[in-house]
Design a protein around this ligand. Structure first.
Ligand SMILES: O=C(O)COP(=O)(O)O
Ligand SMILES: [Mg+2]
Length: 230
């Protein structure tokens, strides 16, 4: 089967843990003859700039599915879910010393530095009736609505692109990629991925980070599952 598009995570999948972009992975992405959607927990301007600089502009799922756009200068779709996240933050920050990241630009989630006791914070959140969860991507901790994720983002961007989620190959590394990989037609976890992501993936790479992404793109092209430009 030949897939019609690729949805790919940024941090840990085309970067290493220092967030250095793999030039090998970006070259492979640029050579593909299908649209590449960046699907990330990062804010929209970070994702758009990454897409532009890689040369795969501009289908973007940002903020773990909360913000979605298919064009650079278009008003993005923004989920109306920030209020519950702010309520959760108000409750948690009375108990924990928490530092917000990117809060000026973030529209649908609250993201925190990874320097507090996550399990205790989760336990406290579970005593509320907020429809909110806390996830740790290894890069940051996100207080996010349970109503949105990269899977709901994929459904939305696929619709904007006239495609189905099953038309996509998806590649990722972390807990925030679970729903994306579950909905895609073919799913890949890079070898540095969390074990629970590897368990649901159709394919796990041998190499880590961007090298793993480059490796699987070569594999998918060799099997005719993705096409490159001639
Ligand atoms: O925002 C994060 O915590 C990680 O970003 P990612 O989804 O691109 O890996
Ligand atoms: Mg990631």
């Amino acid at each position: 089967m030949t897939f019609k598009a690729l949805a790919i995570d940024i941090d840990g999948t085309i970067t290493n843990m220092d967030r250095r972009l793999s030039l090998k992975a970006t070259e492979k992405l640029r050579e593909l003859d299908v649209p590449v959607v960046l699907a990330t927990g990062n804010i929209l301007c970070y994702a758009k700039a990454t897409a532009k600089l890689i040369g795969v502009c501009c289908n973007v799922i940002a903020e773990n599915g909360g913000v979605v756009t298919d064009r650079f200068d278009k008003k993005p779709y923004i989920s109306d879910v920030i209020t519950e996240c702010e309520q959760a933050f108000d409750i948690l920050s009375r108990e924990f010393d928490m530092e917000k990241l990117d809060s000026v630009h973030r529209r649908t989630e609250i993201v925190l530095r990874r320097d507090f006791d996550l399990e205790r914070a989760r336990a406290l959140l579970n005593t509320t009736d907020l429809d909110v969860e806390i996830i740790d991507t290894h890069f940051a901790i996100h207080i996010k609505s349970k109503k949105i994720n990269k899977g709901t983002g994929l459904v939305r961007i696929a619709d904007m692109m006239g495609l189905k989620p099953s038309d996509f190959v998806a590649i990722g590394d972390s807990v925030n990629d679970m729903e994306l990989l579950a909905l895609a037609g073919y799913s890949v976890a890079v070898s540095n991925a969390d074990d629970f992501l590897k368990d649901i993936a159709d394919h796990v790479t041998r190499e880590s980070y961007g090298e793993g992404t480059a490796e699987v793109i070569d594999y998918l092209v060799s099997k005719g599952m993705l096409n490159t430009r001639q």
